[in-house]
Design a protein around this ligand. Structure first.
Ligand SMILES: [Mn+2]
Length: 289
């Protein structure tokens, strides 16, 4: 089976054949549990619109990554009630993984979406580990009445899979027992400002097969101002790129999600930077290992 192309394709307006894609972009504009700033549901279309402002030649990777083939699907239906949405999302991801060898990039949407994305990857890949880039630990069992809250994004996966967290500078009293415990290794931001050491540590802690989940609030708010729950003191652009490059070139990355872009009226910074991040990661993932 194949997926229907979106009207607006990431980076290029021209639609390629689904079967020719090296990367599949899946917009997931889901927003139900945002607890502070709102607007993540507007993230995916804003990121795709912003992608047209990027140069096709990436000045760092020195490649025209679009030539590898990027196919953007129509957005996932996010109008379902919470209880139905997550099983439906899992089925969609399962179908996607059975239909293509292309590497999926999911664009959110609030971070709880990751709970619906991960199970098919966990089923398929033995010993999958998760690199979790975020300001927040997202390890709550339940938050404001929902297990599918953005504040619980990686808790279910932490019960079965290795999770390595970076950028973390906000941990709640009700989740602190889960950070640096069980399957979770948490690199608190202020304790890990030696980024060369951090890179060595995460490469050692991750298994060979990695899923990368990125909350844009892992970056400093100067880099990503448009996000629901910002925290001061996050990653600067180049420090984060070095870490991502190391992981993308030294591990087998099987899936990526980039979540929590919430456009700010009158400013395009966050969606443009998110689009650049997505294109850059595709560039890192295009090289030979
Ligand atoms: Mn976060």
């Amino acid at each position: 089976m194949s997926f229907k192309p979106a009207e607006n394709q990431f980076i290029l307006r021209k639609t390629i054949n689904f079967k020719d894609a090296a990367f599949v972009v899946v917009p997931v504009p889901y927003e139900k549990t945002t607890s502070y700033g709102q607007g993540t549901k507007y993230g995916p279309p804003a990121v795709i619109d912003a992608s047209y402002q990027l140069e096709l030649w990436d000045e760092e990777t020195k490649t025209e990554t679009w030539k590898k083939g990027i196919f953007t699907t129509q957005p996932v239906n996010c109008a379902l009630p919470e209880k139905k949405f997550f099983p439906a999302l899992e089925r969609t991801v399962e179908k996607l993984l059975s239909s293509t060898k292309a590497l999926p990039f999911f664009i959110g949407g609030e971070h709880s979406v990751t709970q619906g994305l991960l199970p098919p990857f966990i089923k398929r890949h033995k010993n999958l580990s998760i690199l979790h880039f975020d300001a927040h630990a997202d390890l709550r069992v339940i938050f404001e009445g929902s297990k599918h809250s953005h504040a619980c994004a990686v808790y279910p996966a932490s019960l079965t899979n290795k999770i390595v967290q970076v950028g973390i500078r906000s941990v709640g009293a009700d989740e602190r027992q889960f950070h640096n415990a069980g399957n979770v290794t948490t690199h608190l931001m202020h304790e890990n400002l030696d980024f060369k050491k951090l890179e060595r540590d995460i490469l050692r802690e991750l298994t060979d097969t990695v899923y990368l989940t990125i909350d844009v609030d892992g970056f400093d708010p100067a880099v990503m101002p448009g996000t629901g729950t910002p925290q001061p003191g996050g990653f600067q652009w180049h420090d984060a790129m070095k870490l991502f490059k190391a992981v993308c070139t030294k591990k087998r990355v099987v899936g990526v999600d980039v979540m929590e872009t919430a456009p700010v009226s009158g400013s395009h910074i966050t969606e443009l930077n998110t689009a650049k991040l997505v294109y850059r990661l595709m560039g890192y993932l295009s090289g030979d290992k």
